[in-house]
Write a new protein. Structure first.
Length: 477
């Protein structure tokens, strides 16, 4: 019998033994204590989940009960767009929760962008995660990971990053004062808008002579050999926090389930978290069905697309063809193929959450697509023209929805929520270059990414320092 909570008063501490860490592969099923730190399953090497005995955890009778908390700003847990849903991630000891007001984001109907995608009015919604304190969705996960780190008494934390994770980790470390942050970045593989955050928030920043995949390999080894707590999305508590993005999407739709969730690929943490969120909500009887999830890569960093759509890789009930994955990576190394996209947040060749993303695809009847950088930049400009400036990687979701609509996979009257993962100011150089550069200057900046033109550029108009000339230009608009 699932226990029902009225959401009144203060939630009791988590039931001892009601939450644990568990290998994601059913054939293994190894379990680990909640209060322990692991990068992977010690038995089979797979990723771990945070798992719950839902019969021992009070859950709401209906999702709309969470609306009672939304108006409160005095209670830090209720103000958080993650922890107001705490019954749905009940691993936390509430006196150890670390929150900085993350998740004050919004789901906005965007008919103009919907027309660009090819959807009817009222069918496209943008979930704008750029409103988080660090400017990206990462804060949703970081509050979960920081809370577990606090429960473990950690003093140091580390991550590899293309920019957003390092910014979020550094911000949480600076605000909370609970631990010191160390971030690993690749050489030349981080936008200055993001690097500036890690530096300004006081993180120790190590710039590895390599790309993100190299930095990710090194930080895992360092955390294995030291007492640094790993904050990348290998950490299952990160993904628990990121589930809340989907709770807020449902909240924004009046608790009605959309037909599609479209999300950028990258390291595949979001898509992994979303699948888990919907599977749990459906198990608890809080939603009648699960939406389909579309994961969108850049064609310059399309590992998941190649493995799923070309090699036929599947979750297969947890029996993933590991040999096929190893062969793919061996071939990639032999060819010297590196991730290469202007959408730096998803410039990743070896996504650490590959298997969890495959599970999401199976649970949600999901799809994977890859879109070129030119389509990403065009979609980004359209999103910006309708009021939500986002970083390039965010716009992959809109470019992907447009592609799926052109293919007929998404119907014109289906309801679609595209996740915009980061703020415009994360990578202002890309924005200015797209709108302002022309000719050789444009080709020099974007040509190496296969971008030949800017279809939706809003170019500055040169005008003399003369009032009559200014007025003449304005009258011509």
């Amino acid at each position: 019998m699932i226990r029902v909570s009225s959401l009144s008063g203060t939630q009791a501490p988590p039931d001892e033994g009601a939450a644990w860490q568990e290998c994601i592969r059913p054939a293994c099923g190894a379990r680990y204590e909640l209060r322990s730190v692991h990068q992977r399953c010690a038995r089979c090497g797979a990723l771990l989940d945070v798992a719950y005995d839902w019969e021992r955890v009070p859950v709401p009778a209906r999702l709309a009960l969470f609306d009672e908390r939304r108006a409160s700003s005095r209670n830090a847990l209720d103000y958080s767009g993650v922890w107001r849903f705490r019954e749905l991630l009940p691993f936390a000891e509430l006196d150890k929760v670390v929150t900085i007001g993350e998740g004050q984001t919004q789901l906005r109907r965007a008919d103009g962008v919907g027309a660009y995608v090819g959807l009817k009015p009222g069918c496209l919604f943008l979930q704008y995660e750029g409103l988080n304190p660090s400017g990206s969705f990462k804060d949703n996960g970081m509050t979960g990971a920081f809370t577990h780190a606090h429960m473990m008494g950690a003093r140091y934390a580390a991550c590899a990053s293309t920019g957003n994770t390092s910014a979020s980790l550094a911000l949480f470390a600076g605000v909370s004062g609970l631990l010191k942050a160390v971030v690993f970045i690749g050489s030349g593989k981080i936008a200055y808008g993001k690097l500036s955050q890690a530096l300004d928030y006081g993180a120790t920043t190590l710039q590895i002579a390599g790309d993100f995949d190299d930095a990710m390999r090194e930080v895992q080894e360092v955390c294995h050999r030291t007492d640094l707590y790993l904050m990348n999305s290998l950490n299952p508590f990160r993904l628990e926090g990121q589930k809340a993005i989907m709770y807020r999407v449902l909240e924004g739709l009046g608790w009605e389930v959309p037909d599609w969730i479209v999300v950028p690929g990258g390291n595949l943490g979001n898509s992994s978290a979303f699948g888990k969120a919907f599977a749990e909500l459906r198990y608890l009887g809080l939603i009648p069905r699960i939406p389909r999830v579309a994961i969108i890569n850049s064609t310059g960093a399309d590992t998941l697309h190649r493995l799923v759509n070309q090699a036929g890789l599947r979750w297969n009930g947890g029996r993933v063809d590991e040999a096929a994955v190893k062969a793919f990576y061996a071939q990639m190394d032999a060819e010297g193929r590196k991730a290469h996209t202007l959408a730096s947040a998803i410039e990743i060749n070896r996504p650490v959450n590959l298997e969890k993303a495959l599970r999401t695809l199976e649970v949600t009847d999901g799809v994977v697509r890859a879109v070129p950088d030119e389509a990403i930049l065009d979609a980004k400009a359209v999103v910006g023209a309708h009021g939500f400036g986002c970083e390039p990687a965010s716009a992959a979701s809109v470019a992907g929805a447009r592609l799926l609509r052109e293919e007929g996979v998404i119907g014109p009257a289906e309801r679609v929520a595209c996740v915009l993962t980061g703020h415009l100011l994360k990578d202002p150089d890309a924005t200015v270059g797209y709108h302002a550069y022309e000719g050789e200057q444009f080709s020099e900046k974007f040509g190496r990414f296969g971008v030949a033109r800017a279809r939706h550029a809003n170019r500055p108009i040169p005008v003399a320092d003369d009032i009559e000339e200014i007025l003449r230009v304005l009258r011509s608009l």
